[in-house]
Design a protein around this ligand. Structure first.
Ligand code: FAD
Length: 445
């Protein structure tokens, strides 16, 4: 089949993850013709669905929060109703322990900051002194009193704020790993504070947990593809871009295995490792490529265990304080009764275990928490080795801006300078920023 020739005013969006999708949707919505090139057979990138027997599951169990405003608006734009797509519940952190006592922190539907005050007042599982220090820290955060001139580790920040050993281990460490995929001892306090501010200090429902009721494909990539194509855009799957074409005037297109695609405007929305590869040959972009090389990549592992259908957690999500597994999701809400997903962020002993042993160990941890559960019928381990960049101290120095020194070339992706950790919200914001730059609108962040 002949390759569709992009129109001269066409924007080429390279990469069909959530950043590229966001850019393509924003542009098409504003009447700009778009060609979206994606290397894989499907859109979605690091947030996509895959097959597990006859079920559709995700390449990694994702959790969203109410603060993901850009993502929620994008979903609405492409016709997805977040009210039905997610189980939305006020913050409920139920941290179970294999050896430690459990900790539970639940917010209530109250105006901010009362929702947080309620959660702290009713928190269970902390000694009174540590609870008081947590309350003090929260008040300082709410009042905007925590200002750091220089970046330090999130751990140093918390110790400076006199957070006790128990609250750090049972609450802060898991929250930092979950939101930044970076351990407290290395995580950037600037990024950590940004996450806490956005989640807890604005609207009460920003700290709501949004647990997908569908697989990730249905949440955005599939309806977005439809949206783009119905408005005259083109989506080319199986199109891996090999080079950027740059001349004296700027970017003039890309090459892929099948030839050249020209277009004077290109949004590069690929993984940072691929971004570095595509930028490095061009002298004007070598500086950005060198910074990207400094972004360390961190893994996320998801272990799916299929149990008989009657097996269920007593809530859709639970934390695990002292196991290999960190977060346990009951996928019953996604129409998969008996399917349990266990998420392990970052590095650890699990990286040295083969899939069979890891599956067995996670199964044994679940059996300790739920001695009445039968053995799982099937297990699937999915390892995403380059799930996110590590949001370490001073990471902002290495994150590129949307605009590049080459006219006609913009960058998008969760790793660009959004100030957020590598999340779906960061990816979507970055894509929308690139589109707004092309449209000549100021980018809202
Ligand atoms: C296991 C896992 C769990 C996660 N959990 C959460 C979570 O709970 N909450 C949260 O908010 N975030 C989570 N994240 C992070 C989130 O998924 C990412 O931040 C987001 O998906 C990144 O989107 P992106 O578009 O920036 O990049 P990507 O998803 O990497 O998209 C880049 C796209 O470009 C394509 N591509 C690459 N090279 C080329 C090329 N040469 N030519 C054409 N196309 C190319 C890729 O195939 C891909 O589709 C998780 C990530 C993983 C992996």
């Amino acid at each position: 089949m002949a390759e569709p020739t992009p129109k001269p005013d066409n924007v080429l969006v390279v990469g069909g993850g959530w950043a590229g999708i966001a850019a393509a949707v924003e542009l098409t919505q504003n009447g700009i013709p778009v060609t979206l090139l994606e290397a894989a057979r499907q859109l979605g990138g690091r947030a996509r669905c895959i097959a597990f027997g006859d079920q559709r599951i995700d390449n990694g169990q994702h959790l969203m929060i109410g603060a993901y405003q850009a993502m929620l608006h994008l979903m609405i734009t492409v016709g997805v109703d977040p009210e039905t797509a997610f189980l939305r519940q006020p913050l409920d952190l139920h941290m179970r322990g294999l050896r430690q006592p459990e900790l539970r922190m639940r917010a209530r539907k109250l105006p901010a900051p009362l929702h947080l005050a309620w959660a702290l007042a009713t928190l269970r599982g902390l000694p009174p002194r540590e609870r008081l220090q947590l309350l003090r820290f929260s008040v300082r955060l709410l009042r905007g009193k925590i200002v750091l001139e220089h970046d330090i580790t999130a751990q140093a920040l918390l110790l400076g704020e006199r957070q006790g050993a128990r609250v750090i281990r049972a609450l802060w460490e898991p929250l930092c790993l979950a939101s930044m995929n970076t351990p407290l001892a290395e995580a950037s306090a600037h990024v950590f504070l940004e996450v806490l501010r956005r989640t807890f200090t604005t609207e009460a429902n920003y700290s709501d947990l949004l647990i997908p009721k569908n697989d990730l494909g249905v949440l955005l990539p599939e309806p977005a593809l439809d949206f783009i194509e119905r408005r005259g855009g083109t989506v080319l799957l199986n199109h891996r871009v090999e080079h950027l074409l740059v001349d004296d005037e700027g970017c003039r297109g890309v090459t892929w295995r099948g030839g050249e695609l020209t277009g004077r405007r290109v949004v590069l929305a690929v993984h940072p490792v691929m971004c570095r590869r595509l930028l490095a040959p061009h002298p004007a972009l070598a500086g950005i490529a060198a910074e990207l090389a400094q972004l360390r990549q961190e893994p996320i592992t998801t272990v799916y265990l299929r149990y008989p259908e009657h097996v269920a957690l007593d809530s859709a999500l639970q934390g695990l304080q002292d196991g290999i597994g960190q977060w346990i999701f009951d996928r019953r809400i996604a129409g998969h009764p008996g399917l349990i997903a266990v998420v392990i962020s970052g590095r650890g002993e699990h990286l040295d275990l083969d899939n069979t042993i890891l599956g067995e160990k996670i199964g044994a941890e679940l059996a300790k928490l739920h001695p009445d559960w039968p053995a799982p019928l099937a297990t699937r381990v999915i390892r995403e080795k380059r799930a996110t960049f590590a949001a370490t101290v001073d990471v902002a120095r290495h994150r590129p801006a949307t605009i590049t020194p080459i006219p006609g070339l913009w960058l998008a992706g969760d790793f660009t300078a959004t100030g957020l950790p590598a999340t779906l919200e960061s990816a979507v914001l970055s894509g929308q920023r690139a589109a707004k730059a092309i449209l000549g609108e100021p980018a809202a962040l």
